[in-house]
Design a protein around this ligand. Structure first.
Ligand code: SAJ
Length: 410
């Protein structure tokens, strides 16, 4: 058995490594030559706990190998980005490029799986691109179960920071373009997934993934709206949510400074783009969550106005707790905007990074330890609920103005 994983990023690399760790020969394909070189040296180019150990292991046994050129395999797992910018259509160019890259090496009996989070209809499009490139083979959209090539969508669902555990333990939704496609995909996933593999249609699988992330976005938007309402009504939103969640059928998530990351803040737009007139709550949730950083910025500005050039300590830059990922981070967005406004001296505390991004350095932001920052600060803004902040001694905060977007200060 030989499996090829196309795209060696946050999903593709851990997937390739886990499949390889089951003793299967895996060839990882990526257009990024540096990433290919790094992986072949047994190292990794992304941050994910314990992934380096697994990759080093499977590269040293020869089970995982990376290359820039696709080669023949029994199964192809496509894990490439599907970017989306508000106002534009979802961009499937990387899926199309992957289809064109694997088409020349496809052989009768092969399985092609789309793992990337995709708008409804993308798996059918992928099968269409493969068919265009290989008119000599038959595909499930024409031949159903009898087709030469099997195609399925099996959306990834892993939580950054827990990828290696969740890759194995999560249930998987497997949506083939025919029953035979689904069954062949289940066979592959069963080699490394301990969770259940549940079969459905490709379109339903695509929508299921988008629904999961939209549900979380809508729930967080509800919490963020409550937080703004509670500020106005002078109620502690954290106490309110804790009390409401005592109801056996209520489970409200946590408000915060906004929603970041590459999934929850993006995927709902795929649904809105497909059904703009119908997806009203889903769109509003996105707008509500995107508005939250601006609300926090206004709160900090109002607090800063009480001082003459205050020192403002901003606790956390990452997009969520206990990771070092600053991309699409509302905390980073808030600190950038505050620094650009010249309302005081900004000190950032981010225990998970060693250096600030260049733009923050240029605008005069300083990176300091929690202790040093609290020592000097007049205003303290809690932006991320890192473990280090939650367990810190908070007595010093009594003399400061505190804006706590994560509810970690009692
Ligand atoms: N957040 C809140 N309040 C909460 C929970 C999260 O404000 O109560 C914020 C976080 O701080 C962060 C953002 O939401 O800025 C997203 O974080 P997250 O932990 O909710 O999710 P991601 O983006 O790291 O991973 C999600 C997961 N999806 C679900 O839990 C439904 C993961 O399982 C998916 O695989 C991943 O998206 C993906 O790749 O789609």
């Amino acid at each position: 058995k030989k499996v090829s994983v196309i795209g060696l990023g946050y999903i593709g690399l851990p997937t390739a490594a886990v499949v390889a760790s089951r003793g299967i020969e895996v060839v990882g394909v990526d257009v990024n030559e540096d990433a290919v070189k790094t992986i072949n040296e047994g190292n990794i180019h992304i941050v994910e706990p314990d992934l380096d150990i697994v990759v080093r292991g499977v590269v040293s046994t020869g089970n995982l190998r990376a290359t820039t050129q696709p080669e023949a395999a029994e199964a192809f797992m496509v894990a490439v980005p599907t970017p989306f910018k508000e106002g534009n259509a979802p961009d499937l160019k990387y899926i199309e490029a992957a289809a064109n890259a694997i088409a020349p090496v496809l052989e009768k009996g092969n399985l092609v799986i789309l793992e990337s989070t995709s708008p409804v209809g993308a798996t059918e499009k992928l099968a269409g691109w493969l068919k265009e490139a290989r008119p000599d083979l038959s595909f499930p959209q024409d031949k159903g179960d009898a087709a030469d090539i099997k195609v399925a969508h099996c959306p990834e669902r892993v939580l950054p920071g827990y990828v290696l555990q969740e890759l194995v333990s999560n249930d998987r939704v497997i949506g083939g373009l025919s029953k035979a496609c689904s069954e062949k995909a289940v066979e592959l996933y069963k080699t490394f997934v301990r969770g259940e593999c549940i079969i459905t249609h490709a379109r339903t699988a695509e929508m299921a993934k988008l629904t999961e992330n939209s549900f979380r976005d809508v729930n967080i938007a509800f919490a963020n709206e409550l937080s703004v309402i509670c500020d106005k009504l002078k109620i502690n939103v954290w106490e309110l949510i804790k009390l409401s969640n005592r109801h056996p059928r209520v489970n409200i998530l946590n408000p915060g400074p906004g929603v970041g990351g590459h999934c929850i803040a993006v995927d709902p737009w795929f649904i809105v783009d497909s059904c703009p007139d119908e997806a009203k709550i889903i769109r509003q949730a996105r707008l509500t969550n995107d508005a939250k950083p601006h609300y926090v910025i206004d709160q900090v500005k109002a607090a800063a106005d009480e001082f003459k050039r205050p020192v403002i300590a901003c606790l956390g830059l990452a997009f969520k707790a206990d990771i070092d990922d600053l991309r699409e981070s509302p905390a980073l967005q808030i600190v950038e905007e505050l620094a650009g406004n010249d309302i005081g001296q900004i000190i950032a505390v981010e225990p998970n990074i060693h250096a600030l991004p260049d733009n923050l350095v240029t605008s005069g932001v300083e990176l300091a330890s929690l202790e040093a920052a609290l020592e000097k600060a007049n205003v303290v803004v809690v932006l991320v609920d890192h473990q280090e902040f939650k367990s810190a001694d908070k007595t010093q905060l009594a003399t400061k103005v505190v804006i706590d977007t994560r509810g970690i200060v009692a």
